[in-house]
Design a protein around this ligand. Structure first.
Ligand code: HMG
Ligand code: MG
Length: 308
């Protein structure tokens, strides 16, 4: 098999992982958790979002979190930003990287950011231009690439159109989202075969939610097709409140276990991540979905009942 030697993991737990949590994690705990993640060897952490706090109350403390963390040199701190109003706050806290986002399906785009795809493009164009002028790197997300919670199947044409538009705006990398975790390996292969004819593999990242347990299989196929950047969330937290039925992202713990077992290098310390998973599990007060984290916890004699 043609597996890469190195893989980059982009930790989205503090943003995607927490945005849908019913329990409000205190600002202090978010900061402690992000600081733990910063010490783990991760090179990219998506720490929060500068969206309308009425839409995502769980991350309403974005400014306090972004200013409270201890930044580690060499780590890129990213935030999700929907428009110029969000960028203003992101620049105030000197975020390193701005992540733009939209969907390939009209209905999810509308439910998530209150605009049609055509209405969103000029908003993101302005946002990308101003981010780049401010010297920030920009990352793009395309959601619902493999299926939409409202429309079902999503054709490849809108995925190509939205991806091309985001690259034209100047994003340095595009993350392809399986927002509701419906993709299977064959579909991933088919979608990537089309996209890799247009965009280089090193400009694409995969963002799998693990609703149906197919995320690691989808990552394996992506690896075999030359993708080397994956978004994941510690413990398997995550979900989008505007994508009903979506479970968490693929768990960073499970991804690390698989990649390291295959001899693929990530630079991330599994033991440090284990401690960070334990910390956030205690704060959230329920058992985290990550299988390898639960297995490691039992091996350490820390039964789930004791930690939550
Ligand atoms: P809108 O209501 O259309 O915005 O929301 P508007 O421009 O008409 O303004 C209305 C109000 O929102 C005004 O306040 C604005 O000030 C305020 P009011 O005068 O009513 O008091 N507002 C803002 N406030 C703070 N920060 C801002 C901001 N912008 C406007 N940036 C908007 C449009 C995009 C803001 C809204 O729909 C929103 O915040 N949506 C966020 C949804 C979200 O965060 N979803 C989850 C993240 S996406 C995801 O999880 C998928 C991903 O993980 C990939 C995958 O899994 O596929 C990335
Ligand atoms: Mg997501």
């Amino acid at each position: 098999m043609n597996w890469p030697v190195d893989v980059t993991i982009k930790e989205v737990g503090p943003r995607d992982g927490l945005q849908n949590e019913k329990t409000f994690i205190s600002t202090e705990d978010k900061i402690t958790w992000i600081n733990q993640l910063s010490e783990s060897g991760l090179k990219n952490i998506e720490i929060t979002s500068f969206v309308n706090p009425k839409w995502i109350p769980a991350l309403s403390d974005a400014v306090a979190v972004a200013t409270g963390i201890t930044k580690v040199p060499g780590v890129t701190y990213t935030a999700l930003v929907p428009n110029l109003q969000g960028l203003e706050r992101a620049l105030q806290v000197n975020i390193d990287e701005v992540a733009l986002f939209m969907s390939a399906s009209e209905t999810h785009n509308l439910k998530n950011i209150n605009k049609s795809i055509d209405q969103t493009l000029p908003v993101l164009k302005d946002l990308a231009r101003e981010s780049l002028l401010a010297g920030k790197s920009t990352r793009g997300y395309v959601s619902t690439v493999f299926g939409c919670p409202y429309e079902g199947q999503v054709d490849i044409e809108p995925v190509i159109k939205v991806s091309e538009s985001l690259f034209e705006m100047g994003v340095s990398e595009l993350s392809l989202g399986d927002t509701i975790g419906v993709a299977n390996p064959k579909q991933v292969q088919e979608v990537l075969e089309v996209l890799l004819k247009r965009f280089p593999a090193d400009k694409l990242a995969m963002h799998f939610h693990d609703t149906r347990g197919t995320a690691l299989a989808n990552i394996l196929v992506s690896l075999e097709m030359g993708i080397t950047t994956f978004d994941s969330s510690l413990g398997g937290l995550g979900g989008c409140p505007y994508a009903p039925g979506a479970a968490g992202n693929v768990a960073t713990d499970d991804l690390l276990y698989m990649l390291h077992g295959m001899g693929i290098h990530t630079g991330v310390d599994e033991q440090k991540m284990l401690r960070a998973s334990q910390f956030i599990q205690e704060k959230i007060g329920r058992v985290l979905p990550s299988k390898s984290f639960q297995a490691a916890s039992s091996q350490l004699g820390r039964t789930i009942g004791k930690t939550v």
